[in-house]
Design a protein around this ligand. Structure first.
Ligand code: PAF
Length: 282
C-alpha cells in the first residue's frame, strides 16, 4: 500500500494505471473509517484492478459554525484499516494542495443542493461536489463508491456525473448498520452512551414507517413518524421528508419508489438516516 500526499503525483500514478488498462476504483472518505467505509472498499477490491481510498476532511463542505475542527481524525487507525483491506493507494492531500488560497472554481448542482440537508447546510453540497470533481480528475476513477446513508449526496453526485459527462460510474452501496439498527457514521463517536441508545430510535421509527407505508397513506405515515421523532428525548428535527427515489422531488400518493429521509439532532450531534419504500401495486 502506498500513501500519496501530493495531487500531481497521485494523478501521474493513476494515469499510469489507465495507460496499463487497469480499472481504478475510488472510495472517497473524510477518514475516521468504519464498517461502512470498509464495505465500500471491499466492493472496489472485488471489481477494480486498483483501489484508491482518499482521506481528506474537506473544509469547503463545512459551514462556519459546523464541526470542521472537531471532526474525528485518526490517521493511524485509518491506515491500519486500509492496509488490512488491501487498498493499493491511500491519497491524503493537504488542504493547501487541494484548495490553495487562490482557488476560485466551484461546482453546483442546482435545486438538488438546496433541499433536505441543503436547506440547513448552505454551501455544503457545493463543497462536496467540488471536492468530488477534483478527486475524479486526480484519480481517473472508473468507478466510485458511495454509501446510501448520505442519499442526497449520492443523488447529487450522480446528477453531476450525468450533467458533466464524467466517465466515472457511481456505485451506490447499502447503509451499514449496528446490530441495534443505528446507521454507522463517523459522527456517532460524538454521542454519549445515553445519546447513542436514544439515537437507535431513528432507525426503528424508519423501519416501522416502511411497514406502515404498505397499508397507509403517505401523509399519514409522515405524521406518525414526526410524532414519534418528537418524542425522542433531547432531539430536534431538521426534517423528515418523503421524496421521489429518482429525483428527490417531494413524493405524493402516486410516487411508487420513495425515500423517507430524516435529519435529527440528538444533543449536539446531527444524525441522518433514510429508508427506501416501494408502494405495492394492487
Ligand atoms: O461522505 C463523505 O465522507 C464526504 O462528503 C465525501 C464524499 C468524502 C466528500 O468529502
Amino acid at each position: 500500500m502506498r500513501i500519496i500526499k501530493n495531487t500531481l503525483q497521485m494523478q501521474k500514478i493513476a494515469l499510469g494505471h489507465i495507460k496499463n488498462s487497469d480499472e481504478i476504483g475510488l472510495v472517497p472518505t473524510m477518514g475516521a473509517l468504519h464498517e461502512g467505509h470498509i464495505s465500500l472498499i471491499a466492493k472496489s477490491k472485488k471489481r477494480d484492478d486498483i483501489t484508491i481510498v482518499s482521506i481528506f476532511v474537506n473544509p469547503t463542505q463545512f459551514g462556519p459554525n459546523e464541526d470542521y475542527l472537531k471532526y474525528p481524525r485518526n490517521t493511524k487507525k485509518d491506515l491500519e484499516i486500509c492496509r488490512e483491506s488491501h487498498v493499493d493507494y491511500v491519497f491524503m492531500p493537504l488542504v493547501g494542495d487541494m484548495f490553495p488560497a487562490n482557488h476560485k472554481t466551484f461546482v453546483e448542482v442546482e435545486i438538488l443542493q438546496d433541499i433536505l440537508c441543503g436547506k440547513f447546510r448552505s454551501n455544503h453540497f457545493r463543497g462536496v461536489v467540488t471536492v468530488i470533481v477534483k478527486l475524479f480528475n486526480i484519480s481517473y476513477a472508473d468507478r466510485s463508491y458511495f454509501g446510501m446513508k448520505d442519499f442526497q449526496q449520492l443523488k447529487i453526485i450522480e446528477k453531476m456525473v450525468k450533467d458533466l459527462n464524467f466517465r466515472t460510474k457511481i456505485i451506490p452501496c447499502p447503509i451499514v448498520r449496528e446490530e441495534s439498527g443505528l446507521a454507522i457514521s463517523s459522527r456517532n463517536s460524538y454521542l454519549s452512551i445515553e445519546e447513542k441508545k436514544t439515537s437507535e430510535n431513528i432507525s426503528r421509527i424508519l423501519k416501522e414507517a416502511s411497514e406502515d407505508f404498505k397499508i397507509k397513506d403517505l401523509n399519514f405515515v409522515k405524521e406518525i413518524v414526526l410524532s414519534k421523532l418528537k418524542k425522542i428525548p433531547e432531539s430536534k428535527i431538521d426534517y423528515a421528508e418523503v421524496v421521489d427515489f429518482n429525483d428527490l422531488s417531494l413524493a405524493d400518493e402516486s410516487t411508487r419508489k420513495v425515500v423517507f429521509a430524516i435529519a435529527v439532532w440528538i444533543g449536539q450531534t446531527r444524525l441522518i438516516d433514510n429508508t427506501i419504500m416501494i408502494k405495492q401495486t394492487k
